[in-house]
Write a protein that binds this ligand. Structure first.
Ligand code: ATP
Ligand code: MG
Ligand code: FE
Length: 346
């Protein structure tokens, strides 16, 4: 099927077009520069930016794919989770396009779309698979039996998301926003073994109650204390070493628990999605550790890990192919949409 996907859950306006598993267009407009001086996404600024960017982004995607709206078989749109006002812009626009072009509409789950996008690069996802979703708002390990039917959570963060930890540590190092890509770059010049930061929920007692859960807030505090101690002593802060050591702590825990989840469920495929999946160290370490256990790692290219329209189109295409009923035209934007709901039922 030819499916168009619209994404507006946070600060990226994305429109993607796919045919089956083939990506035809992926147009993106970002309001990230407008949020940078606030050190985080400002919801109302994001909503207004979507309102301005959506129609031009739509036009760019259609041009890039060389198709018209009349050609598409379905329109998919992120229904949640995300910022309520931002979601409303995309959902309202998608309804308008669906109504005008008389196309079925699928309100889809943004988190499931972060997993589904991998099919555009690596083909159908072997099921069951373990999915590690690591983004700005979520960090979860999921068992995926049938992506159209929902996923089984194995564990999740009990406090901060991995991306949130990157953003907070970058801020305390004075590096800017969003922190993930900046720390990734800064870490390249640093020594990852220079400082030992804590690995959350890996103590023996935690491995019983929280085996597949994460915690990054203690790590963030440890980095803050370490930096403060340096400053109090009047010594310079080795930013690259702190970046590399912090990044190592995050990637060590993420990959160790993801592979443990695969081994304990007997699953041979680990798919990683969400903005933090773009991290260069995470990609290398996951590959290295998985290979030792005969587990295949699937990670989309960095540009498809962060928010985009292609991921929404990819999930929409998957739903159409599986014969799932489209959503009704009165479908809501659901800022707290849970992972058991892959699309809004018809
Ligand atoms: P969610 O998907 O949970 O709703 P979101 O859509 O805001 O949240 P994404 O766009 O998936 O999140 O990811 C953004 C996050 O990814 C930010 O926290 C950002 O710092 C982080 N990130 C992006 N690139 C990298 C990188 N190279 N290394 C580490 N983190 C990264
Ligand atoms: Mg973003
Ligand atoms: Fe996201």
């Amino acid at each position: 099927p030819l499916v168009l996907g619209i994404e507006t859950s946070c600060d990226e306006t994305g429109v993607g077009i796919v045919r089956g598993h083939t990506l035809l267009a992926d147009a993106l407009a970002s309001s990230v520069d407008q949020h940078a001086r606030f050190g985080g996404v400002v919801p109302e600024v994001a909503s207004r930016a979507h309102l301005e960017a959506l129609v031009p982004t739509m036009q760019r995607a259609l041009d890039e794919a060389g198709v018209t709206l009349a050609d598409v078989d379905a329109i998919a749109v992120t229904s949640g989770p995300g910022l309520a006002g931002a979601l409303l812009v995309g959902v309202a626009a998608a309804k308008g396009y669906a109504l005008a072009a008389e196309k079925p509409i699928y309100g889809v789950n943004h988190l499931a779309a972060h997993v589904a996008v991998d099919t555009l690069e690596h083909g159908p996802l072997p099921e069951p698979a373990v999915a590690m979703l690591v983004s700005g708002g979520h960090s979860s390990l999921l068992l995926v039996d049938d992506l159209t039917a929902g996923v089984t959570p194995l564990g999740a963060t009990i406090d901060d998301a991995a991306g949130e930890a990157f953003d907070k540590v970058a801020r305390l190092l004075g590096l800017g926003f969003p922190g993930g890509p900046i720390i990734d770059r800064s870490a390249r010049d640093g020594d990852a073994a220079s400082i030992h930061f804590p690995r959350g929920l890996t103590a023996p007692k935690d491995m019983v109650a929280h085996r597949f859960d994460f915690s990054f807030s203690g790590l963030k505090t440890a980095v803050a204390r370490w930096v403060e101690a340096r400053e109090r002593a009047g010594e310079p802060v080795p930013v690259a070493d702190v970046s590399a050591s912090f990044q190592e702590a995050v990637c060590d825990v993420l990959t160790a628990k993801a592979i443990d989840a695969c081994r304990s469920t007997g699953v041979r495929t680990l798919v990683i999605g969400g903005g933090v999946a773009a991290n260069s160290r995470l990609r290398v370490l996951a590959e290295e550790r998985a290979a030792r256990h005969g587990i295949a790692v699937r990670v989309p290219r960095p540009g498809l890990c962060t928010d985009n329209g292609a991921m929404v189109a990819a999930l929409g295409s998957h739903l159409v192919k599986a014969g799932i009923a489209p959503s009704r035209l009165d479908l809501p934007a659901d800022s707290a949409m849970g992972l058991t709901e892959v699309s809004v039922p018809g």
